[in-house]
Design a protein around this ligand. Structure first.
Ligand SMILES: Cc1ncc(COP(=O)(O)O)c(C=O)c1O
Length: 415
């Protein structure tokens, strides 16, 4: 029998009920789910990761009826080009773009759906400029929930439509600063009696834990040395690390991997602080970056991550706009089509191996968090081979192209 879970503030340890609507402690700290008896939790047989690790979850049941098929994503060898670029011999990619709405957010969204269904909440809300809103809209549709997504009025139209198509109500809020708007929307939870989930809320984090369990299973109980996570609100990195900590608490592993934070140089409040060994976030404002998914210039509750970085020896690096574009192309030429935010990981890793912070033989897993399909516009800045021709000059044009690019290939010559 599982004992009931509760929430605890991550820096000062103040306890709150599990049902709390607000995403953060009264002090503004992040909240974390505490699972009494986690030392005795054990994986059990089951076809879904959620069934196998049900004892590690705070919910009454695994709720397969709310699933859209998230998780069980591939953990694949990165291939020679990416290994060569980063200088790493043991580089694996956890491809979260294989989730139903093409990002890791789906794991957090099913956790939020389960929470709403088990509590009998009919409406759920979120604040998002992209992946989280789309994911919550899809999972809300599956669970029969009314979903409200708040986003800044300047969010691109295709992002609004990809949420609204699932039946969510999209509220476009006129605002000058997204971080300010986020705080005022989150502040409405208790007056509206509405659960408004954010990127660093305690329930989403429970969903992200599954990635740690999947890596543990896929590596046969071994652990990587480093896990590289493109970071914004910090919920994702917190969730993966919590999963490994719980595996350790349950006696299933004896050590923890070190986390590596990757951010865009234009907006790097967490990476800059970690590199300086600081416990204080200096906000970034008025930035522009092609890494649009990494929007948090002032991540609420992010100080906890700086604390963990110091305690557990985490690393951090950033990537310039040019480096991000180059990395997106490199990923794509290796078969992985990721969005620019995800592409921050390659330059960050390359810098860390070049400086000796990560050894060439280290076992490293990079989280491919979001699909390149989410931001088609940026592809206009990538070099591509696109030829135009008429039906009449098709043979001549392609023949010329092939003989120029592969002059010594075998097979028939084109006249
Ligand atoms: C594709 C992608 N990667 C990374 C992140 C950062 O995750 P987090 O906000 O949990 O730090 C996001 C967040 O929106 C995202 O959409």
């Amino acid at each position: 029998m599982k004992l009931p879970a509760h929430l605890r503030s991550t820096l000062t340890g103040i306890e709150y009920p599990f049902e709390r609507l607000e995403e953060f402690a009264d002090s503004g700290e992040s909240l974390e789910v505490v699972l009494p008896g986690i030392e005795n939790a054990r994986p059990r047989p089951g076809s879904r990761i959620w069934d196998r690790f049900a004892e590690f979850m705070p919910f009454e049941e695994a709720h397969p009826e709310l699933s859209l098929g998230e998780g069980s994503t591939p953990l694949v060898d990165a291939g020679p080009a990416l290994k060569g670029f980063t200088g790493l011999e043991n580089l694996l990619l956890k491809n979260e773009t294989a989730n139903p709405t093409w990002s890791f957010k789906d794991r957090g969204s099913i956790a939020c759906s389960i929470m709403a269904v088990e509590r009998g909440e009919r409406i759920t809300a979120t604040i998002s400029t992209g992946n989280m809103g789309q994911s919550m809209a899809a999972y809300g549709a599956r669970a029969g929930l009314e979903v409200i997504v708040f986003l800044p009025a300047f969010a691109p139209r295709e992002k609004v439509l990809s949420m609204a198509v699932h039946g969510a109500t999209v509220v476009r809020v006129a605002c000058a600063d997204y971080a300010d708007m986020k705080m005022s929307v989150l502040g409405l939870a208790s007056s509206l009696g509405l659960r408004i989930v954010s990127g660093n809320g305690p329930i989403r984090v429970e969903g992200y834990k599954m990635e740690a369990f999947e890596i543990f299973e896929a590596m046969g109980g071994e652990l990587p040395d480093f896990i590289v996570v493109p970071t914004s609100a910090c919920g994702h990195v917190r969730g993966i690390f919590k999963g490994f900590r719980e595996l350790r608490a349950a006696g299933l592993v004896s050590r923890l991997p070190r986390m590596v934070i990757a951010q865009a140089a234009a907006n790097s409040p967490i990476a800059s602080a970690i590199r300086m060994g600081s416990r204080e976030i200096v906000p970034f404002r008025d930035f522009t970056t092609i890494a649009e998914a990494l929007t948090s210039g002032r991540p609420p509750g992010g100080e906890e991550i700086l604390d963990k970085a110091l305690e557990f020896g985490w690393l951090a690096e950033d990537a310039t706009e040019e480096e991000i574009l180059e990395a997106q192309a490199l990923y794509a030429r290796s078969g992985f089509f990721v969005e620019p935010g995800t592409a921050t990981t390659l330059p960050a890793l390359r810098k860390l191996t070049a400086s000796g912070a990560i050894q060439p033989q280290s076992r490293v897993v990079v989280m491919l968090t979001g699909s390149g399909m989410k931001d088609i516009e940026v592809l206009g800045r990538q070099e591509m081979k696109i030829l135009d021709c008429d039906q009449d000059d098709l043979e001549w044009k392609i023949g010329t192209f092939i003989s120029k690019t592969h002059p010594h290939r075998g097979g028939m010559a084109v006249n």
